[in-house]
Every structure is written in C-alpha cells, then in structure tokens.
Write a protein that binds this ligand. Structure first.
Ligand code: MRU
Length: 360
C-alpha cells in the first residue's frame, strides 16, 4: 500500500532529499511511534505515555533498529522522570533507578539503548527541581544528533560508491530504524541522490522481514527503485555481478571492529568476500562499544521460537519441531572493508584504527 497522506514531521530538513520519514517523535508530552509491526499494510501511530509502555514497544518490535530504540529510550526516561517527580519531588532520582534498569535491559544487543539510558541517567543525577525541561532537551539533542550523524554518514558512504553500482542491503537501517534518514539506508539515499546507483537490492530478512516490509516500504515512499530478494539469493546475486557493495548497519561494533547486526549479515559478508564484493558497515559513534573487546563478548539476543515456526500468524513447521532464533550475528572485522561513522571512515578496521577514531 502506498501511503500518500504521510504527515511531514517537524524534524525533517527540507534541504535533504529523500528524508521525509520519522519513526519516533515527541508530541504533546508523549512519545509517538510509527507502529512498525503493521507496515506495509497499515500506517498507524502508537502513543506511549509511560516507561512501561516504551519497554513493551521496544521488546515487541513496534520500534526497532539500534538508534531508534536508543532515542525512544531517551524520551522514555523523560516520561519516567516526570512520573517519579510528580509522585515524590524530594526523592525522584532514587525511584528512577529501577526504571532505568528495566529500560536498559529491554533488548540486550543494541548498545545504543544502554548508551542513551546512561546519557540520560548522568544528566538526571545532576538535576534539582523539576527535571522535565532539561531531560526533554537532552532527549531531543540525542535525536537531533542522530539525524545529523546520518546525513554526514550518507555523504561519506556515498563517496565510496562508484557511479553505476548495484548495492545490497540487509534488514532495515533507514528512517524507521534511526532518528531519521538512516545509517546504511542513509548511504543508499545519498548515493541514489548523487546518481551513483543503478540498483538497490534488499534482503527480505527472515524472520521479521524488516527488509521486505520496512526497507522496501521506505524506498517506495521515497520513489527509489528497490528489488527484494530472498535472503538465500544473495550469493547468486553476487555471482551475477549485480552488486559492488553490501551496505549494512550495526547493533554493536566491538573495540576490534567485529560487528553485531541482524541475523544473516555474517552469511552475506562471507559471500561478499568470496565474490570480491565490498562490505560496508554504517553506524554512528554511539554504536561503537570500546568496553566490548571483540565479537565473542557481544550478547546475542535470543528471541521466541514462534517467530521461526510460524509465518504471518500461520504455523509452517510441524508441531513438535523446535526453533533456534538468534536475532543477531557477528561479522568478524576482517570481512569488513569499511566502517563509516559520522566522525570518519575506517578502511579495513582494526583495534588500533578504531581506537584512533574514538580519540579523534
Ligand atoms: O531486530 P532489529 O530490527 O532491531 O534489528 C535491526 C538491525 O539489525 C539493524 O541493522 C541495526 O539495528 C542498525 S539500524 C540503523
């Protein structure tokens, strides 16, 4: 379904082409989300009034994508602090501690969630009096910084792509997964605007179909041609020389450059290396976790078996079959040709190069 009546949110910069969608907004004292579970069939908003509702929305994938859940969490801290301050103006910070813990634990792999909660916690510890104005301003800064980072990464990543290239992307890393514009999909947007792309392929991304449902929806909204492939078609796509780059996002980049991203990313990186296709990871600095030494230390979220055993609400595997359902995998740094951040591009990432980037 093509949605013609999509409202233009206040944070959209009219000067940037292909940047019209906002998944998360602060509106009238609440969080307003596009309910991503319903796309592309229905475009509906979900309004969150409490931190508990935000935790549920993050766990249940109404909002997903590492930066978008971080931004939602930042706004959720505002909701929680407002409630705790109203209950007990003298002791609201102590009452907030379990709230922050519950929020940070909502999903384990995306480090942006903990990063945003920690940034809000650090500010809240310094406040006295009504915390709402300062915390809301901080959450809005986190949101605006993410959009600006995405625009910058779009420019930097697009510059790596030779005109006339086909690209393959995995999962959804677009406006829906971020504050706006997207990371890997921001590079696709910028490269398309610069007329460097001759084709964009999107992995469907089992089991949640973020590629088929969300990436394809975003690109259709923007008028950017997109071709969806079954996840298992990627290697054949590369053998037929249809793509020069695989461009993906990240949920966490460890200090040595190992990168956790949506399950299936690792398969695609192996196929890319075999076929001489280059592999680009696009992620803001808030996704780089120098406290995690390498990929083996990244916690991988395990999700419900039912997500694999069923399709569109129908059981597809026989009763009695079990499922193994890791939501993410880790691509080792040596399969990555470029990590693009808002601070710069790291080619053939190593621990030393990432440390230098973080110091810059
Ligand atoms: O389970 P999801 O949909 O939250 O997984 C999302 C991804 O893996 C994205 O690639 C990643 O968060 C980067 S989004 C800019």
């Amino acid at each position: 379904m093509h949605i013609t009546a999509m409202p233009t949110p206040a944070t959209v910069a009219p000067s940037i082409p292909y940047d019209r969608i906002r998944a998360v907004e602060w509106l009238d004292g609440s969080i307003r989300l596009i309910d991503q579970r319903l796309l592309p069939g229905k475009f509906e908003h979900l309004t969150l009034h409490t931190l508990a509702e935000a935790v549920h929305a993050i766990r249940d994938m109404a909002v997903r994508g590492a930066p978008a859940i971080g931004i939602t969490a930042a706004y959720a801290v505002v909701l929680a602090a407002r409630a705790r301050y109203t209950e007990n103006p003298g002791n609201w910070q102590a009452a907030l501690v379990p709230d922050l813990h519950m929020l940070a634990e909502a999903r384990p792999t995306a480090v942006n969630l903990r990063w945003a909660v920690e940034r809000m916690r650090a500010l809240s510890a310094q406040l006295s009096g009504d915390p709402l104005p300062a915390l809301l301003a901080e959450a809005q800064r986190i949101h605006a910084e993410d959009i600006a980072a995405n625009h910058r990464m779009g420019e930097l990543g697009a510059a790596l792509i030779e005109p006339g290239s086909g690209v393959l992307t995995h999962c959804n890393t677009g406006a829906l997964a971020t504050g706006g514009y997207g990371t890997a999909l921001g590079v696709v947007r910028a490269a398309y605007a610069a007329q460097r792309l001759n084709a964009v392929y999107a992995d469907e991304t089992r089991p949640w179909l973020q590629g088929a449902r969300l990436t394809a929806w975003e690109l259709v909204q923007e008028g950017i041609p997109v071709t969806v492939i079954a996840d298992s078609a990627g290697a054949q796509l590369m053998r037929e020389n249809r793509v020069r780059w695989v461009i993906v996002g990240a949920d966490r980049i460890a200090a040595n450059g190992d990168t956790a991203n949506k399950i299936g990313t690792y398969n695609t990186a192996i196929a890319a290396r075999h076929h001489g296709v280059r592999f680009m990871v696009v992620a803001p600095i808030s996704t780089v976790d120098m406290a995690t030494p390498d990929g083996a230390h990244i916690p991988i979220e395990q999700r419900a078996e039912s997500e694999v055993l069923n399709f569109a609400g129908q059981r597809t595997a026989p009763e009695g079959a079990r499922a193994w359902n890791p939501a993410f995998d880790v691509t080792p740094a040596d399969l990555i040709d470029a990590i693009v951040t808002e601070r710069g591009v790291v080619l053939s990432p190593t621990r030393e190069k990432l440390a230098a980037l973080m110091r810059a």
